[in-house]
Design a protein around this ligand. Structure first.
Ligand code: NAD
Length: 242
């Protein structure tokens, strides 16, 4: 895609506003801003965009994605908490030759963390003396728990460690085979995730701490530069290559 793009924002909250600044700094134009109560004229403006970036709410993302599909606008989706619809959206994208890149976390550092998490989990498959649990901390306005990022981390572990069968919030984790996720909500924390392996002898912990939201916003704009011209359902690992 050419260096200057026409970008539409869907969701003009904390993330939408930060993405706007970064997109403009990278030479792009914002041609539409869709928030709740958007008018038909706003959606007409969106239909002329090269790409849309969607950071709204768990219960509004799916409808917004479908609307982008119907207008043939590629869409980068950062909203979390709509996992039960992932498969259906994937199929719609593939059948209709639409373009979507969805990620629970756009930060390059977190995607590196996902990679390290899988390698560590592979090694731990044969070390049953280690138990594993996940912790995440986010700001108090976050609507979903556990975070989408924590769920992606959990999926990386569950794919490798057969003694864990499913993830569960710590207060609901009942059996040894549950992968427990502790979710904390603390004012102003942009996002902290850790994976801790514990044995009688020692602990091994990997941790990612976001200092601000800008890593998510930069990653989303890079994804928006990458997606136009492609067809199908993509994730950040398609873009980063691991
Ligand atoms: N993937 C990532 O890297 C990443 C990073 C940060 C946040 N997030 C997720 O992105 C989402 C947004 O986060 P935020 O911090 O900007 O939240 P926010 O609450 O500050 O902003 C959400 C915005 O969406 C608007 N909105 C409500 N209904 C809408 C609709 N039907 N269409 C369009 N917009 C609508 C709200 O009015 C609000 O302005 C959350 O799900 C959050 O978990 C993802």
């Amino acid at each position: 895609m050419s260096s200057k793009m026409k970008i539409a924002l869907i969701g003009y909250g904390k993330m939408g506003k930060m993405i706007e600044q970064i997109a403009i700094n990278r030479g792009h134009a914002i041609v539409a801003k869709i928030d709740k109560d958007a008018s038909n004229a706003d959606w007409d403006a969106l239909s002329k965009a090269d790409v849309a970036i969607e950071f709204s709410k768990p219960d509004t993302a799916v409808e917004n994605i479908k609307r982008c599909f119907s207008l043939n606008v590629p869409v980068v989706v950062g909203t979390t908490g709509w996992y039960e619809h992932h498969e259906a959206i994937k199929q719609l994208a593939q059948q209709g030759n639409h373009a979507i890149l969805a990620a629970t976390n756009f930060s390059i550092g977190v995607n590196l963390f996902f990679h390290i998490n899988k390698i560590l989990a592979q090694a731990m498959e044969n070390l049953p003396e280690y138990n594993v649990e996940i912790e995440e901390t986010h700001h108090t306005q976050k609507l979903d728990a556990p975070s989408g990022t924590a769920i992606t981390i959990a999926q990386g572990i569950l794919a490798e460690i057969s003694r864990k069968q499913k993830w569960a919030l710590s207060e609901e984790a009942g059996s040894e085979s549950d992968l427990s996720i502790k979710a904390f909500r603390v004012d102003d924390v942009p996002g902290t995730h850790s994976v801790k392996y514990t044995s009688d002898i020692d602990d091994i912990e990997i941790k990612h701490t976001a200092h601000s939201r800008s890593g998510f916003a930069i990653g989303a704009v890079i994804a928006a530069e990458w997606l136009p011209g492609k067809q199908g359902y993509f994730s950040m690992s398609d873009l980063i290559g691991f």
